[in-house]
Ligand binder design. Structure first.
Ligand SMILES: NC(=O)c1ccc[n+]([C@@H]2O[C@H](COP(=O)([O-])OP(=O)(O)OC[C@H]3O[C@@H](n4cnc5c(N)ncnc54)[C@H](O)[C@@H]3O)[C@@H](O)[C@H]2O)c1
Length: 468
């Protein structure tokens, strides 16, 4: 609301947009149908709003059109149900963007070979949208990125189409974007970070509060209104930059805390202390302590990558991001530590890593998901191979390891029988999938190197279990 209560925000394009949300006639396009985009498109569709998914990957679009999934935790039935409702479709035809009222961008934001932000996916998507942009549309970027991307990268590309969306500062009062109009915008633009935690059974997409920040108040309000139709709670902030930074704060918080606990694990091992016992004791404190757990290194598309988006941007301000760098250094050293512990454990048994046969359990970057991006398991396998051992792996989510940008391991998942387990000189638990029978594994393995404390309670086998 403006001070004179003349509600310029409620006029024109915003009013029309809000009406379409209210009447559920708003058409939502989601660009990039991966781990983030597909659940969002399905969520809007489940809330009675027509959602169209856009992807350049024809295989994904074809599978979706047949009602078939390619993401383990999204069942076929959810996709076929959405198709039957008539409120979900998938396409590779970007000309259809023109008929959308809101366009949500969920494309990848990786690092390039020099570990710098690779915004080509966002740029390409913005260019596709610009070709079909029309007055009154709302564009929301959800891909994780550095503060300024929406205004400095996406906005200029969209404005090439001749339409305008001025950057106008606004405030948030009582949870509502307020204080200025949209400066006569033709279209609206906002950032809303994605906080999806794939495979987390505790939180469904709609239960995770949605932070939104616009390049002007009208954009923020339109985004808030749209997302209120699908999400339980919206948290508006005063700019797209603030929304971008919020997501990075969350991920840097995780990266730094995981690094700290990883470092303390190394110290505890040297001091003959059990870090897991200590974390469990510390978390009995009802305030001021959040438990983070050590592991074989960071994985996934977010935590190992996103902090470096900020490091890159901070250089523009001559500001060194020391916590981020240090956390990155510690976390990337963890796979090396695991392999050193493995070599040491074999050494105690008068064996050496060179020529040994090693089985690695779990390839996903975290338990119970079918995602191996940046997985430390891949690095561990590569390091063991480099040290002259033969490595096999087992993972219920990956029958074989296809060639990847950094890895070409050429392996297939082996069966987990008593006979096969006992045939390896050592078994490394890299990812603690719930489907593993850890008692069976510990009983049959000659030596078990456990990076996740999956076998912490199996004290009867403690002579052959090494925490790493
Ligand atoms: N996966 C997560 O858990 C997670 C959580 C929070 C945030 N994020 C962020 O969300 C964004 C998307 O991540 P994701 O895991 O869904 O990625 P993903 O790789 O699973 O999916 C991205 C999709 O975008 C498609 N795509 C690429 N370029 C395109 C283009 N020009 N036009 C249309 N489609 C295109 C790809 O084919 C793919 O289907 C990233 O910025 C990521 O950092 C991911």
């Amino acid at each position: 609301m403006t001070s004179d209560n003349s509600t310029p925000l409620q006029t024109g394009l915003l009013a029309a947009f809000n009406k379409s949300v209210q009447q559920k006639t708003v058409r939502v396009g989601v660009v990039g149908l991966g781990y983030v985009g597909l659940p969002i498109a399905l969520l809007f569709s489940s809330k009675g709003i027509c959602a169209t998914g856009f992807d350049i990957d024809e295989n994904k679009v074809n599978l979706l059109r047949q009602g078939r999934t390619y993401i383990k935790h999204i069942p076929d039935a959810e996709i076929s149900g959405a198709l039957r409702s008539g409120r979900f479709q998938a396409t590779t035809d970007f000309a259809e963007l023109r008929s959308m009222d809101a366009i949500i961008i969920c494309v990848p934001t990786p690092l390039d070979d020099h570990r710098e932000p690779d915004l080509t996916y966002i740029q390409n998507t913005a260019e596709s949208i610009a070709r079909h942009l029309r007055p009154g549309q709302l564009v929301v970027l959800e891909s994780t990125t550095y503060p300024g991307t929406t205004e400095e990268v996406v906005l200029p590309i969209l404005e090439r189409a001749g339409l305008r969306c001025p950057v106008v500062p606004y405030t948030v009062e009582n949870g509502e974007p307020a204080g200025a109009d949209s400066g006569g915008a033709d279209f609206m633009l906002a950032f809303s970070p994605e906080r999806e935690d794939p495979g987390n059974p505790k939180f469904k997409t709609h239960q995770v509060p949605k932070v939104v920040g616009g390049v002007n108040a009208a954009s923020a309000l339109a985004t808030k209104n749209l997302y209120e139709a699908a999400f339980d709670r919206i948290v508006p902030v005063s700019s797209s930059r603030a929304a971008e930074m919020t997501k990075l704060l969350e991920n840097i918080y995780r990266s730094v805390n995981i690094a700290m606990v990883n470092e303390l694990k190394l110290l505890c091992q040297r001091m003959g202390l059990d870090i897991w016992e200590i974390i469990n004791a510390a978390k009995s404190k009802p305030f001021g302590f959040s438990a983070f757990y050590p592991g074989p290194g960071l994985g996934g598309h977010c935590i190992p990558i996103d902090p470096f988006y900020l490091t890159w941007k901070a250089r523009e301000y001559e500001f060194p991001t020391r916590f981020i760098e240090l956390a990155g250094e510690i976390n990337t050293s963890m796979p090396h530590h695991v392999v050193d512990r493995l070599a040491e454990a074999l050494n105690w048994r008068s064996k050496c890593l060179q020529g040994a046969r090693i089985l690695v359990l779990g390839i996903s970057y975290k338990k119970d998901v079918d995602d191996l991006r940046e997985s430390p398991s891949l690095k561990i396998i590569q390091l063991i191979q480099e040290r002259g051992a033969t490595v096999n792996y087992n993972d219920p989510y990956f029958e074989r390891l296809h060639k990847m940008r950094q890895y070409d391991l050429g392996l297939e998942s082996v069966a987990l029988t008593a006979e096969s387990l006992s045939s390896y000189d050592a078994v490394v638990i890299a990812t603690d999938h719930s489907s593993y029978d850890y008692e069976f594994i510990a009983r049959n393995a000659q030596l078990l190197v456990d990076t996740r404390n999956a076998t912490g309670s199996l004290t009867q086998y403690k002579n052959k279990i090494v925490q790493a």
